[in-house]
Design a binder for this molecule. Structure first.
Ligand SMILES: Cc1cc2nc3c(=O)[nH]c(=O)nc-3n(C[C@H](O)[C@H](O)[C@H](O)COP(=O)(O)OP(=O)(O)OC[C@H]3O[C@@H](n4cnc5c(N)ncnc54)[C@H](O)[C@@H]3O)c2cc1C
Length: 298
């Protein structure tokens, strides 16, 4: 049996869109299912395990992660667009790539993923969405490996407890593959839609700076960005992190910013919004590793 190789003290910042944070005490990039399941044999049962996708929704602590960080390797990056009514993609596939390959093959339904810089696994876990669709509305099922037991299951979409930016997947569940429902359409029209979505993002979201997308979930029927804007918080900054002038629900970071700066700014926005409106914004981004308790974002 093949075993995955475990590296120590691996810098995590390059694996995230914020490009901040420390090292993983242990790090594994299992190439395929066999290597993924071998993790059970090579790490003690009580090891803290963190699954990282394309790191586009996380802030890794400056002190890193005192545990094992797992990122899916090469065999999980395959996409099958040959079937008429479904597209099958590995957990490591980048969402913009999934959108493009599907559109080029005349498979409609996954266009909204073109502007979301995460992975298929991260999207299934987070119920990523935008432009009137979300993962729950296009997913048929996901293949999940429980790293606690090694058990593999095919989870029907109805069993995933989907809500807005939420699934009931446990932190030990690794999404290794997903099957999406699609319909047939003209590839040129689909490609034009991708261009429109990309253009909309360029116009409405801060480009060229480091971020993890929307920081807070939208409260029911409201826009977190509008609430933050109405509180006059655009431009608020700590260190190199700043509430974007373009979209108030984005906290951008300049090169050299610390994870602590981002954490403190997010905590401050949450506190000020609560004081001014009575609304407690719930973070959408995930803080991984240890962050100081004062100003905790919960
Ligand atoms: C510029 C920008 C724009 C964005 N726009 C949107 C948007 O429009 N809509 C939206 O929903 N999000 C958006 N995001 C956020 C982000 O891209 C999504 O949440 C995405 O689904 C995260 O995927 P990821 O692979 O990067 O996950 P990560 O950030 O690596 O991880 C996020 C969570 O998913 C878990 N996870 C990752 N991979 C797996 C896996 N294989 N199995 C199980 N769990 C896993 C992690 O443990 C973690 O808890 C944006 C981000 C950026 C930077």
């Amino acid at each position: 049996m093949k075993h995955v190789s475990i590296r120590t003290d691996v810098a995590l910042a390059p694996f995230t869109t914020y490009k901040v944070g420390g090292e993983a005490r242990w790090y594994a990039e299992p190439y395929d299912l066999e290597e993924l399941r071998s993790i059970l044999d090579v790490v003690p049962a009580d090891t803290k395990i963190v699954i990282l996708g394309r790191g586009s929704n996380v802030v890794v602590s400056d002190s890193g992660i005192d545990g094992l960080v797992v990122r899916l390797g090469g065999a999980f990056a395959a996409v099958d667009v040959t079937q008429h009514s479904q597209v099958v993609a590995g957990g490591a596939v980048a969402l913009p790539k999934l959108a493009r390959l599907s559109a080029e093959a005349g498979r409609s339904g996954l266009e909204f993923y073109v502007g979301i810089p995460g992975s298929v696994g991260g999207a299934v876990y987070m119920n990523a969405g935008g432009h009137g669709a979300d993962t729950a509305s296009v997913l048929l099922n996901a293949v999940v490996v429980d790293l606690g037991t090694g058990h593999l299951s095919i989870r029907d979409v109805a069993s995933l407890g989907y809500e807005y930016r939420h699934s009931n997947l446990a932190s030990s569940d690794v999404v290794v593959q997903a099957t999406f429902a699609v319909s047939e359409a003209d590839p040129e029209e689909l490609t034009a839609t991708l261009r429109e979505i990309t253009q909309w993002r360029r116009t409405n979201q801060p480009g060229g700076s480091l971020s993890a997308g929307s920081v807070f979930k939208n409260p029911p029927g409201q826009s977190a960005g509008e609430i933050i804007d109405q509180c006059g918080l655009k431009g608020l900054s700590i260190g190199g992190s700043q509430v974007s002038d373009k979209h108030a629900n984005f906290v951008t970071a300049s090169t050299g910013t610390s994870a602590r700066d981002i954490f403190l700014l997010v905590a401050q926005v949450q506190k000020k919004v609560l004081e001014m409106t009575g609304i407690k914004l719930e973070p959408e981004i995930r803080f991984l590793g240890e962050f100081e308790v004062s100003g905790d974002v919960s």
